[in-house]
Design a protein around this ligand. Sequence first.
Ligand SMILES: [Zn+2]
Length: 330
Amino acid sequence: MPVTQIPLDSSLEQENVTLLIGKNVVLKLIEDQESKSLLNDQHVQKFLATEDLAFRDFRKTMDKIMELETKTFLEPTREMREIFIIRRIMSRRKRMPKNLIALIKSRSRKIYKDFLEVSKNMLELEKKLKKINSEVEVLNPITLSACPACKIPFYHERSGKMEFLLGDYKEALRCPTCDTLVNRDDVERINIVKVIPSIEKVWKRNLWFEEYMASIVRSLEGWRTWTSVYVLGMSGVLHEVDVLAIKDGYVLIGECKTGKVKREDVFTFWTKVSDVKSHISLFASISELPETETRGFLQKNPSVTLLEKVGELRKSEILQKMREGVIRRI
Ligand SMILES: [Zn+2]
């Protein structure tokens, strides 16, 4: 028997909707296209194939890499910020006075040294990751261009913040610090490393943890999973769901938390679980729940599997704990 589709409005065409229809389940979901393409990225796939991805050795090393990345590219050093501020203050004047350029030039050695030092540290940390998963690659070599006259790396301003010009470019550039017109061939190049953009996004958005938990659910027999989707609840509200899993018409909703879990998080999660009418659910947190009350709420509920301190667990241990939960009955 074919399925008769009766669209009540234009939402089906507009929203990139997926309808899941089974013997005793109907779900409308919208996949997050960006998350989907990130999860298909080859660097991300190798990264996510790490067996003990959430375990402290890997996770903390990755956190340190991200911290260095932020410090270098999003929170530039004091010296660079000074130059940026001086330049902003003087923005009406075309050229910087010579004595100021001399002062800036004397700072540039420290700026170069900092960049190279950070890159070295990041590469060391990547080696640590490779000891855990030899396939993993999180850094890309990248060139930072600097002005041959004042020796300060090129940057531009974006929403009031300093952003470095990365990679190569075709035409002559005007130095934002000393206003010299610099030909492509005369540019000073500093070879550094930067986190691969897709890896950075997957890490910052916690997509890595969602997909990791989804992969563990998939390793139990018969489950199909979706990561980072919007699911329509009975109330007509779309809920952001970290992990949706289905087996034999049973629906599982999973919430994955890498940061500190707040009381509201648990209740928002519970709203999704009831509104989507999921049969069982999973609440996974990298750290410990801070409140005994919310822990009690989740523990007392037989349809919830609570996984705390996942950041201290290897994959086999997570799998073991999951099997001890309600999921084993399905
Ligand atoms: Zn310059």
